[in-house]
Design a binder for this molecule. Sequence first.
Ligand code: NDP
Length: 444
Amino acid sequence: MSYTEEIYARVIEQNPGEPEFHQAVKEVLDSLKLVIDANEEEYRKLGILERLVEPERIISFRVPWVDDQGKVQINKGYRVQFNSAIGPYKGGLRFHPSVNQSILKFLGFEQVFKNSLTGLPIGGGKGGSNFDPKGKSDREVMAFCQSFMTELQKYIGADQDVPAGDIGVGGREIGYLYGQYKRLTGQYEGVLTGKGLTWGGSLVRTQATGYGLVYILDEMLKAAGKSMEGQTIVVSGSGNVAIYAVEKAQELGAKVVAMSDSNGYVYDPEGIKLDIVKDIKEVKRGRIKEYAEQVSSAVYTEGKGIWTVKCDIALPCATQNELNLDDAKALVANGCFAIAEGANMPTTREATDYVQAQGLLFMPGKASNAGGVATSALEMCQNSARLSWTFEEVDEKLKNIMKDIYAKVADAAERYDVPGNFVVGANIAGFEKVVDAMKAQGLV
Ligand code: NDP
C-alpha cells in the first residue's frame, strides 16, 4: 500500500461516520500522490500525513438559549482548530441544521490549503452549530449568538483563532457574536472578521468571495483565450457568495440566467435582475420563488434541477455536493465549458472527474472561493494597524491575490506534469507551504 492509501485507510478507520471528511481527505491525498511519492521516506519518518489529517484540537460544547415561547432550546456548538502552522486558525462559522463534526472537519481541512494559497499568514479552522437562524426572530438569533460566544470566547483571540461568517452567519450574527465577545473579555480586537463597517469591518469583505470567484474565473478564461463578455452563466444559491458573484459577472459583461435556494430555482432568460434578488434575500430574508412573482420574464421551478439550464459557465455557490454526476452530464450536454466553485466542495468527486475528463475548465473551491478568507485577513491587518483602507485599495489587493492564486495553481499543475488540472495544482501549491512550516517548527 502506498503512503497516501495507508493514510486514507487510517482516516476511515479512526473517523467513523464522517463521510464528508473522508471525501475531502481522499481528494487531497489523491492529488498529493505525486509530491508524496517523490518524498515518501522523509514524510513517512516525520509522520507528515498523519499530522496533516488530524485536527490540532476540536472543541464541542452545549449551547443553551431561550426561544420566544419561553422554552429552553439546546444546540450543539463546535470549533475545529485544524492547523496553525502558518498562522492563527482562520475560517468561518456555519449555522445550519445539517452541521455536524464531519462537515466541520471537512471544511476545516479544506481551509488549511485554501488559506495557504492566499499567501497570507493564516492557519485553518472552522466552526458552527446545528442552529437554524431561518424563521427565528432577531431576539432568538441574538440569544443564541450570545450563548454560543459565551463558550467560544475561551478558545479564540486576535492572534489565536479568528472566526468569520459562512452559511447562516452574516452581518447580523457576526454583530451579536462580537458584542458578546467584547462584553465578556473587555477587548475591542480583531477577533472576528466580516464585522460592520462602523465597527472594524473591511470594505469589500461582503463582496469578496463572489468577486474573487469571478476574478479567478476571468484569469482562467483569459489563459484559455476566452473572456467573460457575452457568456451565459448559471449560479446556484442566492446567499452572500452567489449574489456578489452575479454582481461581478454582470459587471464584466456576462449574462446570468438562473439562481436558486434550497427550495428551487428561477430561470430568467433576460438576465437576473440583481437588485430584486438583493431585496428578497438581503432585506426581506425571503425565498427565491418571490423573484418569479415580481419579474414576468422569469419562471420558478421547485426542487433541484438548476444544472439543466443551458449555460456556458456554471458557478455552484450554495453548498457541498450540490452538483453530482447527472448534473455534470446535463451541463456538458448543454455545452457548458467551465465550472468554478464558489461553495466548498459543491461538486462531487465523480462529477469533478467527469468534467475534467470531458476537457472542461474546472477551478476547485479552495482556490476559487479563497477571496473571502483573503479579505478577512486584510480586515485583520487593518484592525491591527487601527486603519481602514478604501474600497479601491482592498479590491485591488483582492484582485492581485486571486491572480496570484491562479498563477500558483497553474504553475504547480505544470510542475507536476498535469497542466490544466487545477484540482491537483491547488492541493499541491497549498500543501507545499504548510508542510514547509510544519517541518520547520518541529514536532508540535
Ligand atoms: P449563505 O447562507 O449566504 O447562502 C447559502 C445559499 O445556499 C442560500 O441560497 C441557501 O439557500 C443555499 N443552500 C444552503 N444549503 C443548501 C442546501 N443544503 N441545499 C440547497 N441550497 C442550499 O452562505 P454563503 O453564500 O456564505 O456560502 C455558500 C457557500 O460558499 C458555502 O459552501 C460556504 O462554505 C462557501 N463559502 C463562503 C464564504 C463566504 O465568505 N461567505 C467563503 C468561502 C466559501 P436557503 O436560503 O434556502 O438555505
